[in-house]
Design a protein around this ligand. Structure first.
Ligand SMILES: [Fe+2]
Length: 256
């Protein structure tokens, strides 16, 4: 699937509104400054590089993050209703962790993590519209998310650090020491970690269903394994990218 230029623009407005609504000063201004600096890249980033994954289309990253924030707020209500100890975290920590959990997907200050795939065979056969940028030094997404925040002077509370670090839950073996402890003393002291993980899982699952269920049900014409339904390239490019300076981003839109 693809987003329209208007959806991409509205998502960016909603993204900034979440920061203004839930994050207190000075971090509110710091985050707005950070995201403004990299807006051109982040606004158009996919959330993944392969169509089998979730939201692998221009604007997919912000669309995913907004869904994680929504899921986190709604799941938090369920946890509160069911008796979670609310005193162990704040709503600001909840939204901060949801907003920034996947930030590392942007790459670093100079190198985008996902760049347009230039191998036509991999695009056609493997559904890879993007590929990883070899110029980017390897870091896990959660580690890079935290590094980007801290290296730009944006403080992160312990709850936020743990929630971002562990947002993949037990899908990442590196998280086992935190999540597979059998001792009460070494179990997480806040349920925020689980709420963020559940929110991310819920959002990614819903994005998968939106992309793939119509194809799996035969409701959408397929080329090999992949949909051929796409938004008109010119519409997105001319409306949304009219002021984009990055040639890489222009190529990204051209290539999809
Ligand atoms: Fe995510």
């Amino acid at each position: 699937m693809n987003l329209t230029a208007e959806q991409i623009q509205q998502n960016w407005i909603d993204f900034e509104e979440n920061i203004k609504s839930y994050i207190s000063e000075p971090r509110c201004s710091q985050l707005l400054d950070f995201y403004s600096k990299y807006s051109e890249r982040i606004m158009l980033m996919p959330a993944a590089h392969k169509k089998e994954y979730h939201n692998a289309f221009p604007g997919g990253y912000v669309d995913h993050v907004l869904r994680v924030v929504d899921c986190a707020l709604k799941l938090n209500n369920v946890w509160v209703e069911m008796g979670v100890d609310e005193s162990t975290y704040t709503k600001e920590e909840l939204v901060f962790a949801a907003l920034n959990h996947d930030l590392g997907k942007m790459g670093d200050e100079h190198n985008e993590a996902y760049i347009p795939q230039d191998d036509q065979w991999r695009k056609d056969k493997l559904g890879e519209d993007y590929k990883f940028n070899d110029r980017l030094e390897f870091m896990s997404v959660p580690d890079r998310s935290l590094h980007l925040l801290l290296s730009h002077g944006i403080s992160v509370s312990k709850n936020e650090w743990l929630s971002i670090k562990l947002h993949d839950g037990l899908y990442d073996d590196a998280n086992k020491p935190y999540l597979m402890s059998w001792s009460p003393e070494t179990k997480p002291r806040t349920s925020l970690i689980y709420i963020i993980h559940q929110a991310d899982l819920m959002a990614a699952r819903i994005e998968f269903e939106r992309e793939w269920n119509p194809k799996l049900k035969g409701e959408v014409k397929k080329t090999n394994n992949f949909s051929v339904i796409k938004a008109p390239k010119q519409t997105i490019k001319t409306k949304t990218l009219s002021n984009v300076k990055s040639q890489g981003l222009m190529n990204m839109l051209d290539s999809i």
